[in-house]
Design a protein around this ligand. Structure first.
Ligand code: MRU
Length: 364
């Protein structure tokens, strides 16, 4: 998507054909910084410390990590070692394991001397595929927005609430939850987005709001606890969020707080949609609450907030008393029964095993 007058993806290979550039998301919206990843360790740090984040982008970054590793040492042993090293960087988003498996399965039969070149091509294909999947999700999601828009008075916006950042920054381009929003905006359908701030790391306030600003999408930033109130007053027409892992029966694991939005949506009759590319489906798990590992991040993310001072410098400040412990589960699970539809690249699935398998019959 555009930053200023330039089109950016979130990750790309440099002219040297080896190192990879990423947008370092830790500094947005205050600073737009691009950093170069040259080694597998660089890639592991960038994923673990959330220089890049968002399930699809984590997967693509890991795929390029494997490619970088194959330039250094294309042996089977190294391939397995790198798979392990990158797989443990973040535990919840299944796209990470999906991309690592895709790379390993593809590279295994290829002779060692040809592996590096093949690995970059495969990683690039995974990146391009992500863009295609998101565009397709966008088209199906656009149909939902169009239908709601048809019930509105002329000029009245469709009010959409979203949580965290499932935007282009979380993917290679377009985003999942934001793809329908961008397409609706391009088509001239008036939309207005309520952006949850998404404590503790504020991906909504820092990243989604930055995206909406950059693409001229009318939006309002709200605290995480405002959603229920807005829904009670008829201010939200639909909720759309992303997912880090969707189970075979349609339970959705996404950023902490998503579940509470789904409960409020159900209580107020507001449709609750999840946008997901198929690599986000973990066909091996069913009960999301019991089976999905939830990342527990450093409690300092709760006890401190990051912001920009008047002099332009970026700093963190403590917001709780010294000595007050904090807990930081990063994701929660929204059971399928609370979800209106799963917007995939093949269409909108009813949130159930039958619904998903109807769109992905090869999984039956
Ligand atoms: O911890 P993050 O910032 O990686 O979490 C991101 C989310 O929860 C997104 O909603 C999810 O990855 C879907 S991104 C298309």
């Amino acid at each position: 998507m555009k930053v200023g007058n330039r089109h950016y993806r979130t990750i790309w290979v440099n002219e040297d054909g080896v190192s990879v550039d990423i947008i370092d998301q830790r500094w947005l919206p205050h600073d737009f910084r691009v950093v170069t990843l040259k080694t597998v360790d660089d890639v592991a740090v960038a994923i673990r410390d959330m220089w890049v984040r968002g399930a699809p982008l984590i997967g693509v970054t890991a795929a390029y990590g494997v490619a970088i590793a194959m330039r250094a040492d294309p042996s089977d042993a190294h391939l397995d070692k790198v798979w392990d090293e990158l797989n443990e960087t973040r535990p919840t988003a299944i796209n990470l394991r999906w991309a690592l498996n895709a790379m390993r399965d593809y590279l295994r039969p290829i002779a060692a001397e040809k592996r590096a070149e093949a690995a970059y091509l495969r990683a690039a294909a995974i990146a391009d595929e992500d863009v295609d999947l998101n565009r397709s999700i966008g088209r199906y999601g656009l149909d939902v927005i169009r239908k709601i828009a048809a019930t509105k008075k002329p000029g009245e916006p469709v009010n959409i609430l979203t949580h965290c950042n499932a935007g282009w920054l979380a993917t290679v381009d377009y985003g999942t939850a934001t793809a329908p929003i961008y397409l609706a905006t391009e088509e001239g359908i008036p939309v207005h987005v309520y952006v949850d701030e998404t404590r503790p790391r504020n991906q909504g306030a820092q990243l989604t709001a930055w995206e909406m600003n950059g693409h001229g999408v009318p939006h309002t930033l709200v605290v995480d606890n405002a959603g229920g109130h807005l829904m009670q007053h008829g201010d939200v027409d639909m909720v759309i969020v992303g997912t880090d892992r969707t189970t075979a029966r349609g339970d959705v694991c996404n950023k902490i707080g998503t579940y509470l939005k789904a409960l409020a949506a159900r209580d107020n009759g507001v449709p609750f949609y999840v946008a997901l590319p198929s690599p986000t489906i973990d066909w091996t798990v069913h009960d999301g609450v019991k089976e999905i590992p939830i990342e527990e991040r450093n409690s300092d993310e709760v006890s401190y907030v990051q912001g920009r001072l008047a002099d332009g410098s970026i700093t963190t400040v403590r917001i709780s008393p010294d000595g007050s412990p904090a807990a930081n589960p990063a994701f929660d699970v929204t059971p399928a029964r609370l979800i209106t539809g799963l917007i995939t690249e093949r269409g909108i699935a009813t949130p159930s095993e039958e619904g998903l398998k109807a769109l992905f019959p090869e999984r039956s």
